[in-house]
Design a binder for this molecule. Structure first.
Ligand code: SAH
Length: 202
């Protein structure tokens, strides 16, 4: 049997995947409950980083740094915004574990308040999906993101040239027609299973 999850049995299935999330998990990765069920697996984060064109990225919803670390490992400079003070410190710590802390500048605060304080053309958006039970609604709308996805995208299109958004597999794509933007779609596959998708707006 595997190790018992320190954050509760309800998230044991995420804990069991911790080495998928961070190959170097045992080198001292710091994580909390929300960070655990929200983090982008390392393989997928690297694929997203390779597909993203810009060299300077605002990672708007930093979490514990899964995406930010991958962006930095592909040589990009990252402004990583995170509302939660603890997770912001975990991003800094985890970036050191991967030796990329020199490329990641963390900012504690609200994306809408902080994003315009930095100079970058690309924004990566992985806003909260509302916790592990997000699938129960059957279909996922922009207003199921928290903060509201429409507000996030309106702001992103106004302030950035390249906008990248990660969505659940049950995302309702008719929701983004109103923005009248072209986009590419990437399936995020791990062990043969699509676990999310990434939208690259152009
Ligand atoms: N991609 C990240 C996971 C993101 S989870 C990773 O791989 O680690 C989403 C994060 O957004 C949570 O940590 C949450 O605290 C943060 N968040 C929520 N609202 C926010 C806001 N308004 N501004 C910045 N961060 C926010």
């Amino acid at each position: 049997m595997g190790e018992t999850c320190p954050f509760g049995t309800d998230v044991q299935r995420y804990w069991d995947k911790r080495f998928e999330y961070f190959l170097r998990f045992n080198d001292g990765i710091k994580i909390d409950k929300e960070g655990l069920y929200s983090v982008t697996p390392e393989k997928i984060a690297l694929e997203i980083a390779e597909h993203t064109k810009g060299d300077v990225i605002v990672d708007a919803f930093g979490g514990v740094g899964g995406n930010a670390i991958a962006f930095a490992r592909t040589g990009k400079k990252v402004y990583c915004i995170e509302l939660d003070e603890d997770r912001k410190s975990f991003i800094e710590h985890n970036a050191k574990v991967y030796g990329v802390d020199d490329l990641i500048h963390t900012i504690q605060g609200d994306f809408f308040a902080k994003a315009s304080t930095v100079s970058a053309k690309t924004v990566f958006l992985d806003p909260p999906w509302g916790g592990p039970s997000y699938k129960e609604s059957g279909s996922f709308k922009l207003n199921n993101f928290s903060p509201d996805g429409t507000k996030i995208l309106d702001y992103a299109f106004l302030n950035f040239d390249e906008v990248v958004l990660m969505v659940p597999t049950i995302f309702d794509f008719s929701e983004i027609e109103k923005f009248d933007k072209q986009y590419d779609l990437q399936d995020n596959v791990i062990n043969g299973e699509i676990i999310s998708q990434t939208i690259y707006f152009s």
